[in-house]
Design a protein. Structure first.
Length: 420
């Protein structure tokens, strides 16, 4: 009877709009995964382990710099979108987010340009020249993360799905052209990525029709939310995400870019696992702002998916590497099990993270980020030196376990305080 009741509840969940929106977003993301695999095949096969490693290092640096941007403003605007009642409010917030993304993009370019003059001496790489060139148009890069926050806050799941699909599809098409014209190298791959983001972002903002009326008032509202909520998540994001992105930098510093390429390749293979969790969490973000707790059906559906996907990847991961990326990348095979487990625990964390974000519990998220970041840095420094690239994979696994535990404990703390 109990099992029948659970199955009945799950069937009802699958028929709800929440699941249908999740399915739409996830189908779009599955298409993205397919294009993403195609992108990985192009980059890995035609750049080789060394070139792919350099590309991975450049993108790790991009992500690391982008963590420090936004200053809590975009998180605050996203939360205001979640509670906005009128379309005019949303359009004004879209306008503010667009202006903020342009400002942060210029700042990103300047930081990337400055780092290009010291990066080679620090890490023993040869990427300085590449960074100088791409910095001229790299202001586009922050748009990708800003738009994801915008669509999540406003619950525009279809628009987000189209944006993600178009970005990856354009990137794959441009890479294909570079391959057939024998023009694919690390620099041009980055340019292709930025071009895809620019085109899809431009089309999305044209569709959303951001408004710049009452600009001063809207900025003031977002600034107020930034001081009460955004700034806490910003510092938490700096502490947490910068340390996570620092993994790629530490691997390059202690080891080399080729091993970073192997590590990145397996991380990318685990993305389909966590994408369903991210899709589900994105869909329920706006609803979580008005709910007291996370529904059990959401957690069960998430667990089932992660279990099935994880087992499949462990069983067939080596064959996937050999067939898609060539035998040159088979040395990455031992990393599959620890990184799949890391993705499993990361996926389990997503609903709890989105709940705390939707509730505006920035201080909780900041505290979680501090705990996780300390774990990331300490574990990576110790384990990479002891076990090489396998140490980085083990550090990722232990960190995600700690991440899940701290999210769950703060989630329970919020539930307890709400009842009292």
């Amino acid at each position: 009877m109990i099992m029948a009741s659970i199955l009945d509840e799950l069937l009802r969940f699958f028929q709800k709009k929440t699941f249908q929106q999740t399915l739409v977003l996830y189908c779009a993301q599955i298409s993205i995964v397919l294009f993403g695999l195609l992108i990985e095949v192009f980059n890995a096969r035609y750049l080789g382990p060394e070139g792919f490693g350099i590309l991975s290092f450049c993108l790790s640096l991009f992500l690391f710099i982008s963590v420090f941007l936004g200053f809590g403003f975009i998180q605050a605007a996203s939360r205001l979108l979640a509670i906005a009642k009128k379309q005019d409010e949303e359009r004004r917030l879209f306008g503010v987010i667009l202006l903020a993304s342009l400002f942060n993009g210029i700042l990103f370019s300047l930081i990337l340009l400055a780092s290009s003059f010291i990066i080679d001496d620090m890490f023993g790489t040869q990427v300085g020249g590449i960074l100088i060139t791409v910095s001229l148009v790299s202001f586009i890069y922050p748009l990708y993360g800003f738009i994801r926050s915008l669509c999540r806050g406003s619950n525009r799941i279809l628009e987000l799905s189209v944006f993600l699909f178009l970005t990856f599809a354009l990137y794959a098409v441009i890479l294909f052209v570079l391959v057939i014209t024998s023009s694919l190298d690390v620099q041009n791959s980055i340019f292709a990525n930025l071009a895809a983001i620019f085109i899809s972002s431009t089309l999305l903002f044209c569709y959303l029709k951001p408004s710049f009326s009452k600009l001063r008032m809207t900025v003031s509202e977002v600034m107020k939310e930034t001081r009460s909520y955004g700034i806490h998540t910003y510092f938490g994001r700096i502490i947490g995400q910068s340390s996570l992105q620092f993994t790629g930098i530490l691997v390059t510093f202690f080891l080399n870019t080729t091993l970073l390429g192997f590590f990145t390749l397996i991380l990318n293979l685990t993305k389909p696992m966590t994408m369903f969790s991210q899709s589900l969490s994105t869909v329920i973000f706006k609803k979580m702002a008005a709910r007291d707790k996370i529904g059990a059906k959401v957690l069960v559906a998430n667990l089932i998916w992660l279990s099935v996907a994880g087992i499949g990847l462990v069983l067939f991961g080596q064959s996937i590497i050999s067939i898609l990326f060539s035998e040159k990348f088979l040395p990455a095979t031992p990393l599959i099990l620890p990184l799949v487990l890391a993705a499993f625990f990361s996926g389990l964390t997503q609903p709890f993270n989105i709940f705390l974000s939707a509730k505006g519990l920035g201080k909780y998220l900041r505290n979680i980020a501090i705990i996780v970041s300390i774990s990331v840095l300490v574990l990576n420094i110790i384990l990479i030196n002891l076990f090489g690239i396998m140490g980085a994979a083990i550090a990722a696994l232990v960190t995600q376990i700690i991440n899940l535990i701290t999210h769950y404990l703060y989630y329970r703390k919020h539930l307890s305080s709400s009842r009292s």
